[in-house]
Design a protein around this ligand. Structure first.
Ligand code: GUN
Ligand code: ZN
Length: 455
Protein backbone atom coordinates (compact mmCIF):
# COMPACT_ATOMS: atom_id res chain seq x y z
CA UNK A 1 0.00 0.00 0.00
CA UNK A 2 1.03 3.60 0.39
CA UNK A 3 -0.50 4.96 -2.82
CA UNK A 4 -2.85 7.86 -3.32
CA UNK A 5 -5.83 7.62 -0.95
CA UNK A 6 -9.33 8.39 -2.20
CA UNK A 7 -12.85 7.34 -1.36
CA UNK A 8 -16.15 6.39 -2.98
CA UNK A 9 -19.45 7.05 -1.24
CA UNK A 10 -22.79 5.47 -2.19
CA UNK A 11 -24.94 2.36 -1.82
CA UNK A 12 -22.89 -0.86 -1.84
CA UNK A 13 -23.86 -4.50 -2.21
CA UNK A 14 -21.53 -7.46 -1.82
CA UNK A 15 -21.47 -10.91 -0.23
CA UNK A 16 -19.88 -12.40 2.86
CA UNK A 17 -21.03 -15.98 2.22
CA UNK A 18 -22.85 -18.10 -0.34
CA UNK A 19 -26.62 -17.32 -0.39
CA UNK A 20 -27.27 -20.77 -1.92
CA UNK A 21 -26.26 -22.25 1.46
CA UNK A 22 -26.51 -19.46 4.02
CA UNK A 23 -29.36 -17.22 5.10
CA UNK A 24 -29.58 -13.82 3.44
CA UNK A 25 -28.62 -12.13 6.70
CA UNK A 26 -25.40 -14.12 6.81
CA UNK A 27 -24.63 -13.89 3.12
CA UNK A 28 -25.55 -10.35 2.05
CA UNK A 29 -23.85 -7.08 2.97
CA UNK A 30 -25.89 -4.06 1.89
CA UNK A 31 -24.81 -0.58 2.92
CA UNK A 32 -27.34 2.02 1.70
CA UNK A 33 -24.82 4.75 2.55
CA UNK A 34 -21.34 3.30 2.57
CA UNK A 35 -17.77 4.47 2.16
CA UNK A 36 -15.06 2.61 0.27
CA UNK A 37 -11.58 3.92 0.97
CA UNK A 38 -8.94 3.09 -1.63
CA UNK A 39 -5.20 3.25 -1.13
CA UNK A 40 -3.48 2.95 -4.50
CA UNK A 41 -4.87 -0.17 -6.13
CA UNK A 42 -6.38 -1.81 -3.06
CA UNK A 43 -9.21 -1.37 -0.58
CA UNK A 44 -8.01 0.26 2.62
CA UNK A 45 -11.32 0.43 4.46
CA UNK A 46 -15.02 -0.23 3.93
CA UNK A 47 -18.02 0.47 6.11
CA UNK A 48 -21.10 2.54 6.78
CA UNK A 49 -20.40 6.21 6.06
CA UNK A 50 -21.65 7.19 9.51
CA UNK A 51 -19.21 4.73 11.14
CA UNK A 52 -15.96 5.43 9.34
CA UNK A 53 -16.16 8.80 7.54
CA UNK A 54 -14.68 10.74 10.46
CA UNK A 55 -11.42 8.88 10.01
CA UNK A 56 -11.15 10.09 6.40
CA UNK A 57 -12.02 13.77 6.61
CA UNK A 58 -10.21 15.60 3.83
CA UNK A 59 -9.89 12.50 1.63
CA UNK A 60 -11.02 13.18 -1.94
CA UNK A 61 -14.43 11.51 -2.20
CA UNK A 62 -16.61 10.73 -5.22
CA UNK A 63 -20.26 10.48 -4.19
CA UNK A 64 -22.54 8.35 -6.39
CA UNK A 65 -26.19 9.01 -5.53
CA UNK A 66 -29.04 6.75 -6.68
CA UNK A 67 -26.58 4.09 -7.79
CA UNK A 68 -25.73 0.59 -6.61
CA UNK A 69 -22.03 -0.22 -6.39
CA UNK A 70 -21.04 -3.87 -6.80
CA UNK A 71 -17.74 -5.74 -6.93
CA UNK A 72 -16.63 -5.97 -10.58
CA UNK A 73 -18.28 -8.78 -12.50
CA UNK A 74 -16.24 -11.94 -13.07
CA UNK A 75 -16.66 -13.73 -16.39
CA UNK A 76 -15.23 -17.21 -15.86
CA UNK A 77 -15.38 -18.28 -19.52
CA UNK A 78 -14.94 -16.06 -22.59
CA UNK A 79 -13.04 -16.07 -25.92
CA UNK A 80 -11.35 -12.80 -26.91
CA UNK A 81 -10.64 -13.79 -30.56
CA UNK A 82 -14.36 -14.35 -31.12
CA UNK A 83 -15.28 -10.70 -30.53
CA UNK A 84 -15.86 -10.00 -34.22
CA UNK A 85 -17.91 -13.16 -34.86
CA UNK A 86 -20.46 -12.75 -32.09
CA UNK A 87 -23.99 -13.57 -33.32
CA UNK A 88 -23.02 -16.13 -36.00
CA UNK A 89 -26.14 -17.61 -37.54
CA UNK A 90 -27.63 -21.03 -37.48
CA UNK A 91 -25.16 -23.71 -36.30
CA UNK A 92 -24.61 -25.96 -33.31
CA UNK A 93 -21.19 -26.38 -31.72
CA UNK A 94 -19.15 -28.52 -34.14
CA UNK A 95 -20.47 -26.89 -37.32
CA UNK A 96 -20.19 -23.45 -35.69
CA UNK A 97 -16.52 -24.13 -34.88
CA UNK A 98 -15.77 -25.24 -38.43
CA UNK A 99 -17.77 -22.63 -40.31
CA UNK A 100 -17.15 -19.47 -38.26
CA UNK A 101 -14.75 -19.94 -35.38
CA UNK A 102 -11.56 -21.48 -36.71
CA UNK A 103 -11.44 -19.24 -39.81
CA UNK A 104 -11.83 -16.17 -37.57
CA UNK A 105 -9.28 -17.29 -35.01
CA UNK A 106 -6.68 -17.95 -37.72
CA UNK A 107 -6.48 -14.17 -38.22
CA UNK A 108 -4.75 -14.01 -34.83
CA UNK A 109 -1.50 -15.29 -36.34
CA UNK A 110 -0.99 -11.56 -36.98
CA UNK A 111 0.07 -10.10 -33.66
CA UNK A 112 -0.85 -6.50 -34.53
CA UNK A 113 -4.36 -7.64 -35.38
CA UNK A 114 -4.57 -9.67 -32.17
CA UNK A 115 -3.58 -6.61 -30.16
CA UNK A 116 -6.19 -4.46 -31.85
CA UNK A 117 -8.92 -6.95 -31.00
CA UNK A 118 -7.59 -7.45 -27.45
CA UNK A 119 -7.95 -3.71 -26.81
CA UNK A 120 -11.46 -3.63 -28.19
CA UNK A 121 -12.39 -6.76 -26.21
CA UNK A 122 -11.12 -5.37 -22.90
CA UNK A 123 -12.89 -2.06 -23.49
CA UNK A 124 -16.15 -3.93 -24.17
CA UNK A 125 -15.72 -5.91 -20.95
CA UNK A 126 -15.18 -2.71 -18.98
CA UNK A 127 -18.24 -1.07 -20.55
CA UNK A 128 -20.19 -4.06 -19.27
CA UNK A 129 -18.79 -3.90 -15.74
CA UNK A 130 -16.57 -6.96 -16.05
CA UNK A 131 -13.21 -6.60 -14.33
CA UNK A 132 -11.87 -10.17 -14.41
CA UNK A 133 -12.19 -12.87 -17.06
CA UNK A 134 -10.91 -16.37 -17.70
CA UNK A 135 -10.10 -16.03 -21.36
CA UNK A 136 -9.43 -18.34 -24.30
CA UNK A 137 -6.95 -17.24 -26.97
CA UNK A 138 -5.78 -19.19 -30.07
CA UNK A 139 -3.08 -21.70 -30.94
CA UNK A 140 -0.73 -18.82 -31.81
CA UNK A 141 1.54 -17.78 -28.92
CA UNK A 142 1.63 -14.21 -30.26
CA UNK A 143 -2.12 -13.95 -29.60
CA UNK A 144 -1.39 -14.66 -25.93
CA UNK A 145 1.39 -12.06 -25.81
CA UNK A 146 -0.89 -9.48 -27.43
CA UNK A 147 -3.61 -10.18 -24.89
CA UNK A 148 -1.42 -9.97 -21.79
CA UNK A 149 0.27 -6.83 -23.12
CA UNK A 150 -3.17 -5.18 -23.40
CA UNK A 151 -4.08 -6.39 -19.88
CA UNK A 152 -0.81 -5.15 -18.40
CA UNK A 153 -1.48 -1.64 -19.73
CA UNK A 154 -4.76 -1.61 -17.78
CA UNK A 155 -3.48 -3.35 -14.63
CA UNK A 156 -6.50 -5.64 -14.92
CA UNK A 157 -6.72 -9.21 -13.58
CA UNK A 158 -7.21 -11.69 -16.40
CA UNK A 159 -6.54 -15.42 -16.57
CA UNK A 160 -5.58 -16.64 -20.03
CA UNK A 161 -3.39 -19.11 -21.85
CA UNK A 162 -2.38 -20.64 -25.16
CA UNK A 163 -5.41 -22.57 -26.41
CA UNK A 164 -4.20 -25.93 -27.71
CA UNK A 165 -5.77 -27.99 -30.46
CA UNK A 166 -3.66 -30.70 -32.09
CA UNK A 167 -6.08 -33.32 -33.39
CA UNK A 168 -5.63 -33.74 -37.15
CA UNK A 169 -8.83 -33.11 -39.07
CA UNK A 170 -10.53 -31.22 -36.26
CA UNK A 171 -9.39 -27.77 -37.41
CA UNK A 172 -7.62 -26.46 -40.55
CA UNK A 173 -4.03 -27.82 -40.70
CA UNK A 174 -2.56 -24.30 -40.35
CA UNK A 175 -4.46 -23.81 -37.12
CA UNK A 176 -3.25 -26.99 -35.38
CA UNK A 177 -0.34 -27.09 -32.99
CA UNK A 178 1.37 -30.26 -31.76
CA UNK A 179 1.72 -31.72 -28.28
CA UNK A 180 5.38 -30.69 -28.25
CA UNK A 181 4.96 -27.17 -29.63
CA UNK A 182 2.06 -26.60 -27.23
CA UNK A 183 4.22 -27.70 -24.31
CA UNK A 184 7.23 -25.59 -25.29
CA UNK A 185 5.17 -22.48 -26.10
CA UNK A 186 3.03 -22.79 -22.97
CA UNK A 187 6.14 -23.09 -20.81
CA UNK A 188 7.62 -19.98 -22.34
CA UNK A 189 4.38 -18.05 -21.93
CA UNK A 190 3.98 -19.15 -18.30
CA UNK A 191 7.50 -17.93 -17.57
CA UNK A 192 6.79 -14.64 -19.32
CA UNK A 193 3.31 -13.84 -17.99
CA UNK A 194 2.17 -15.90 -15.00
CA UNK A 195 1.86 -13.69 -11.92
CA UNK A 196 3.55 -10.80 -13.70
CA UNK A 197 1.55 -7.87 -12.38
CA UNK A 198 -2.07 -9.03 -12.22
CA UNK A 199 -1.76 -11.47 -15.14
CA UNK A 200 -2.47 -15.13 -14.44
CA UNK A 201 -1.88 -18.12 -16.66
CA UNK A 202 -4.26 -20.95 -17.51
CA UNK A 203 -3.04 -24.11 -19.21
CA UNK A 204 -5.76 -24.36 -21.85
CA UNK A 205 -6.49 -27.51 -23.81
CA UNK A 206 -9.44 -26.25 -25.86
CA UNK A 207 -11.54 -29.41 -25.32
CA UNK A 208 -11.02 -33.16 -25.23
CA UNK A 209 -12.21 -33.50 -28.80
CA UNK A 210 -9.50 -31.12 -30.01
CA UNK A 211 -6.59 -32.56 -28.05
CA UNK A 212 -4.78 -35.85 -28.51
CA UNK A 213 -3.83 -37.95 -25.50
CA UNK A 214 -0.30 -36.64 -25.97
CA UNK A 215 -1.38 -33.00 -25.73
CA UNK A 216 -3.52 -33.69 -22.67
CA UNK A 217 -0.58 -35.50 -21.06
CA UNK A 218 1.56 -32.41 -21.72
CA UNK A 219 -1.10 -30.35 -19.93
CA UNK A 220 -0.75 -32.63 -16.93
CA UNK A 221 3.03 -32.30 -17.09
CA UNK A 222 2.77 -28.48 -17.18
CA UNK A 223 0.37 -28.49 -14.24
CA UNK A 224 2.89 -30.62 -12.30
CA UNK A 225 5.67 -28.18 -13.13
CA UNK A 226 3.58 -25.05 -12.41
CA UNK A 227 1.02 -26.10 -9.78
CA UNK A 228 -0.25 -22.58 -9.15
CA UNK A 229 -1.42 -22.08 -12.73
CA UNK A 230 -5.05 -22.47 -13.70
CA UNK A 231 -6.47 -25.05 -16.14
CA UNK A 232 -9.30 -23.94 -18.39
CA UNK A 233 -11.28 -26.00 -20.88
CA UNK A 234 -14.72 -27.02 -22.18
CA UNK A 235 -16.64 -30.12 -21.14
CA UNK A 236 -19.89 -31.96 -21.98
CA UNK A 237 -21.40 -29.14 -23.99
CA UNK A 238 -23.06 -30.79 -26.98
CA UNK A 239 -24.40 -34.32 -27.58
CA UNK A 240 -22.51 -34.87 -30.83
CA UNK A 241 -19.28 -33.65 -29.23
CA UNK A 242 -19.78 -35.94 -26.24
CA UNK A 243 -20.40 -38.99 -28.48
CA UNK A 244 -17.19 -38.31 -30.43
CA UNK A 245 -15.17 -37.91 -27.23
CA UNK A 246 -16.52 -41.26 -26.01
CA UNK A 247 -15.41 -42.88 -29.28
CA UNK A 248 -11.94 -41.33 -29.23
CA UNK A 249 -11.26 -42.14 -25.56
CA UNK A 250 -12.79 -45.61 -24.99
CA UNK A 251 -10.59 -46.06 -21.92
CA UNK A 252 -12.33 -43.12 -20.15
CA UNK A 253 -15.60 -43.78 -18.33
CA UNK A 254 -16.95 -40.34 -19.25
CA UNK A 255 -15.88 -36.91 -20.53
CA UNK A 256 -14.57 -35.76 -17.14
CA UNK A 257 -12.50 -38.91 -16.86
CA UNK A 258 -10.51 -37.88 -19.96
CA UNK A 259 -9.31 -34.87 -17.98
CA UNK A 260 -8.87 -36.86 -14.77
CA UNK A 261 -6.59 -39.29 -16.60
CA UNK A 262 -4.48 -36.36 -17.79
CA UNK A 263 -4.02 -35.22 -14.18
CA UNK A 264 -5.50 -31.77 -14.65
CA UNK A 265 -8.66 -32.00 -12.52
CA UNK A 266 -8.67 -30.32 -9.09
CA UNK A 267 -8.60 -26.84 -7.57
CA UNK A 268 -8.17 -24.14 -10.26
CA UNK A 269 -9.58 -26.46 -12.95
CA UNK A 270 -12.60 -24.96 -14.71
CA UNK A 271 -14.80 -26.89 -17.10
CA UNK A 272 -16.99 -24.57 -19.14
CA UNK A 273 -20.58 -25.67 -19.83
CA UNK A 274 -20.67 -29.12 -18.11
CA UNK A 275 -24.28 -29.38 -19.25
CA UNK A 276 -24.77 -33.12 -19.67
CA UNK A 277 -23.19 -34.48 -16.48
CA UNK A 278 -24.11 -37.61 -14.57
CA UNK A 279 -24.60 -37.49 -10.81
CA UNK A 280 -21.31 -39.34 -10.51
CA UNK A 281 -19.50 -36.64 -12.52
CA UNK A 282 -21.04 -33.91 -10.32
CA UNK A 283 -19.79 -35.86 -7.32
CA UNK A 284 -16.24 -36.03 -8.72
CA UNK A 285 -16.26 -32.33 -9.64
CA UNK A 286 -17.33 -31.62 -6.07
CA UNK A 287 -14.82 -33.83 -4.27
CA UNK A 288 -11.93 -32.63 -6.44
CA UNK A 289 -12.85 -28.97 -5.73
CA UNK A 290 -13.04 -28.27 -9.44
CA UNK A 291 -15.19 -25.55 -10.88
CA UNK A 292 -17.84 -25.16 -13.53
CA UNK A 293 -18.48 -22.09 -15.63
CA UNK A 294 -22.23 -21.81 -16.21
CA UNK A 295 -22.72 -20.20 -19.63
CA UNK A 296 -26.49 -19.97 -20.14
CA UNK A 297 -26.47 -17.45 -23.03
CA UNK A 298 -24.12 -19.62 -25.04
CA UNK A 299 -25.91 -22.83 -24.08
CA UNK A 300 -29.14 -21.36 -25.42
CA UNK A 301 -27.64 -19.67 -28.48
CA UNK A 302 -25.94 -22.86 -29.74
CA UNK A 303 -28.86 -25.01 -28.61
CA UNK A 304 -26.54 -27.01 -26.34
CA UNK A 305 -28.86 -27.64 -23.39
CA UNK A 306 -29.91 -26.62 -19.90
CA UNK A 307 -27.25 -26.64 -17.20
CA UNK A 308 -28.47 -28.18 -13.93
CA UNK A 309 -27.53 -25.41 -11.54
CA UNK A 310 -29.53 -27.00 -8.73
CA UNK A 311 -27.33 -30.12 -8.90
CA UNK A 312 -24.11 -28.11 -8.94
CA UNK A 313 -25.30 -26.06 -5.95
CA UNK A 314 -26.74 -29.03 -4.03
CA UNK A 315 -25.88 -29.63 -0.41
CA UNK A 316 -24.79 -33.21 -1.18
CA UNK A 317 -22.33 -32.49 -4.00
CA UNK A 318 -21.56 -28.77 -3.97
CA UNK A 319 -19.46 -27.65 -6.92
CA UNK A 320 -17.77 -24.27 -7.28
CA UNK A 321 -19.74 -22.35 -9.90
CA UNK A 322 -19.14 -19.07 -11.68
CA UNK A 323 -20.89 -17.60 -14.68
CA UNK A 324 -19.49 -16.99 -18.15
CA UNK A 325 -20.68 -15.21 -21.25
CA UNK A 326 -18.73 -17.63 -23.49
CA UNK A 327 -18.81 -14.79 -26.01
CA UNK A 328 -18.80 -15.42 -29.22
CA UNK A 329 -20.96 -18.54 -28.73
CA UNK A 330 -22.63 -16.44 -26.06
CA UNK A 331 -24.47 -13.55 -27.63
CA UNK A 332 -23.40 -10.76 -25.25
CA UNK A 333 -20.60 -9.27 -23.18
CA UNK A 334 -23.00 -8.43 -20.37
CA UNK A 335 -23.00 -10.54 -17.22
CA UNK A 336 -26.38 -8.98 -16.41
CA UNK A 337 -27.79 -10.47 -19.60
CA UNK A 338 -26.17 -13.80 -18.75
CA UNK A 339 -28.01 -13.71 -15.41
CA UNK A 340 -31.27 -13.06 -17.27
CA UNK A 341 -30.64 -16.24 -19.28
CA UNK A 342 -29.60 -18.09 -16.11
CA UNK A 343 -32.93 -17.13 -14.56
CA UNK A 344 -34.83 -18.58 -17.52
CA UNK A 345 -32.74 -21.76 -17.63
CA UNK A 346 -33.54 -22.24 -13.94
CA UNK A 347 -37.23 -21.48 -14.55
CA UNK A 348 -37.40 -24.19 -17.22
CA UNK A 349 -36.28 -26.61 -14.51
CA UNK A 350 -38.81 -25.32 -12.00
CA UNK A 351 -36.13 -23.44 -10.04
CA UNK A 352 -35.91 -19.80 -8.90
CA UNK A 353 -32.74 -17.77 -9.26
CA UNK A 354 -32.99 -14.63 -7.14
CA UNK A 355 -31.04 -11.44 -7.90
CA UNK A 356 -28.92 -12.01 -4.84
CA UNK A 357 -27.98 -15.55 -5.89
CA UNK A 358 -27.31 -14.38 -9.44
CA UNK A 359 -25.15 -11.45 -8.34
CA UNK A 360 -23.29 -13.73 -5.94
CA UNK A 361 -22.36 -16.03 -8.85
CA UNK A 362 -21.21 -12.99 -10.81
CA UNK A 363 -18.96 -11.66 -8.01
CA UNK A 364 -17.77 -13.58 -4.93
CA UNK A 365 -18.97 -16.92 -6.31
CA UNK A 366 -16.93 -16.37 -9.46
CA UNK A 367 -13.92 -15.33 -7.41
CA UNK A 368 -14.19 -18.46 -5.24
CA UNK A 369 -14.61 -20.68 -8.29
CA UNK A 370 -11.23 -19.38 -9.51
CA UNK A 371 -9.65 -19.45 -6.03
CA UNK A 372 -9.22 -15.69 -6.29
CA UNK A 373 -11.37 -14.71 -3.32
CA UNK A 374 -8.36 -13.30 -1.48
CA UNK A 375 -7.90 -10.74 -4.26
CA UNK A 376 -11.29 -9.93 -5.76
CA UNK A 377 -15.04 -10.51 -5.49
CA UNK A 378 -16.03 -8.32 -2.52
CA UNK A 379 -15.23 -5.08 -0.71
CA UNK A 380 -13.13 -6.68 2.01
CA UNK A 381 -10.13 -4.69 3.12
CA UNK A 382 -6.93 -5.62 1.26
CA UNK A 383 -8.64 -6.77 -1.93
CA UNK A 384 -8.10 -4.98 -5.21
CA UNK A 385 -10.43 -2.03 -5.78
CA UNK A 386 -12.23 -3.54 -8.78
CA UNK A 387 -15.87 -2.47 -8.84
CA UNK A 388 -18.79 -1.37 -10.97
CA UNK A 389 -21.16 1.52 -10.39
CA UNK A 390 -24.59 0.49 -11.69
CA UNK A 391 -27.74 2.47 -12.26
CA UNK A 392 -30.67 0.21 -11.39
CA UNK A 393 -33.02 2.75 -13.05
CA UNK A 394 -30.97 3.15 -16.22
CA UNK A 395 -33.81 2.71 -18.69
CA UNK A 396 -37.31 4.06 -18.93
CA UNK A 397 -38.95 0.76 -18.04
CA UNK A 398 -36.56 0.10 -15.15
CA UNK A 399 -37.32 3.54 -13.78
CA UNK A 400 -41.09 3.10 -14.10
CA UNK A 401 -40.93 -0.38 -12.56
CA UNK A 402 -38.89 0.96 -9.62
CA UNK A 403 -41.35 3.81 -8.99
CA UNK A 404 -44.23 1.37 -8.76
CA UNK A 405 -42.46 -1.11 -6.45
CA UNK A 406 -44.74 -2.60 -3.80
CA UNK A 407 -42.74 -1.93 -0.66
CA UNK A 408 -44.05 -2.77 2.81
CA UNK A 409 -44.51 0.70 4.29
CA UNK A 410 -44.93 -0.74 7.78
CA UNK A 411 -41.44 -2.25 7.74
CA UNK A 412 -38.47 -0.50 9.37
CA UNK A 413 -36.62 2.03 7.16
CA UNK A 414 -33.71 -0.46 6.92
CA UNK A 415 -36.01 -3.27 5.83
CA UNK A 416 -37.66 -1.00 3.27
CA UNK A 417 -34.31 0.06 1.84
CA UNK A 418 -33.28 -3.56 1.57
CA UNK A 419 -36.53 -4.57 -0.07
CA UNK A 420 -36.22 -1.72 -2.58
CA UNK A 421 -32.64 -2.72 -3.37
CA UNK A 422 -33.66 -6.33 -4.01
CA UNK A 423 -36.53 -5.24 -6.22
CA UNK A 424 -34.26 -2.97 -8.25
CA UNK A 425 -31.43 -5.49 -8.41
CA UNK A 426 -33.78 -8.11 -9.83
CA UNK A 427 -35.05 -5.58 -12.37
CA UNK A 428 -31.47 -4.88 -13.39
CA UNK A 429 -30.67 -8.60 -13.67
CA UNK A 430 -33.64 -9.19 -15.96
CA UNK A 431 -33.84 -5.92 -17.89
CA UNK A 432 -30.31 -4.58 -17.59
CA UNK A 433 -27.25 -4.69 -19.80
CA UNK A 434 -24.39 -2.27 -20.48
CA UNK A 435 -26.89 0.60 -20.24
CA UNK A 436 -26.98 -0.05 -16.49
CA UNK A 437 -23.20 0.32 -16.16
CA UNK A 438 -22.29 3.85 -15.16
CA UNK A 439 -18.61 3.45 -14.31
CA UNK A 440 -16.05 0.68 -13.93
CA UNK A 441 -12.98 0.87 -11.69
CA UNK A 442 -9.98 -1.45 -11.93
CA UNK A 443 -7.13 -1.44 -9.42
CA UNK A 444 -8.62 1.75 -7.99
CA UNK A 445 -8.62 3.59 -11.34
CA UNK A 446 -11.67 4.72 -13.27
CA UNK A 447 -11.24 2.83 -16.57
CA UNK A 448 -14.75 3.27 -17.97
CA UNK A 449 -17.32 6.01 -17.64
CA UNK A 450 -20.60 5.93 -19.49
CA UNK A 451 -20.68 8.70 -22.08
CA UNK A 452 -23.12 11.47 -21.24
CA UNK A 453 -26.22 11.55 -23.42
CA UNK A 454 -26.47 14.90 -25.18
CA UNK A 455 -29.85 16.51 -25.79
N1 GUN B 1 -15.65 -26.12 -27.57
C1 GUN B 1 -14.44 -26.03 -28.15
N2 GUN B 1 -14.18 -24.79 -28.57
C2 GUN B 1 -15.26 -24.05 -28.25
C3 GUN B 1 -15.60 -22.68 -28.41
O1 GUN B 1 -14.85 -21.87 -28.96
N3 GUN B 1 -16.80 -22.29 -27.93
C4 GUN B 1 -17.66 -23.16 -27.31
N4 GUN B 1 -18.81 -22.71 -26.86
N5 GUN B 1 -17.36 -24.45 -27.15
C5 GUN B 1 -16.18 -24.89 -27.61
ZN1 ZN C 1 -16.15 -21.45 -24.74
Amino acid sequence: MGGFVKAIRGAFLDFLADPFYKSQDEAVRFLPDGLLVIDGERIKDFGAFADIADGYAGVETTHYTNRLILPGFIDTHIHYPQTEMIAAFGEQLLEWLEKYTFPTEMKFRDKAYARKVADRFLNLLLANGTTTGQVFTTTFPQSVDAFFEACSERNICMIAGLTGIDRPGLAPPDYLDTADSFYANSKELIERWHKKGRNKYAITPRFALGSTREQLARCGQLKGEYPDTWVNTHMSENHKEIAQVAELFPEAKDYLNVYERAGIVGPRFTAGHSIHLSDDAFQRMSSSKSSISFCPSSNLFLGSGLFMLQKAKSVETPVLVGVGTDMGAGDCFSILRVLNDAYKVAALQDQKLSALKGLYLATLGGAKSLLLEDEIGSFDQGKFADFVVTNPRATSVLDFRAEQALIDVNATPEAQARERMEHEAFGMMVLGDERAVEATYVSGELLYKKPAVVG
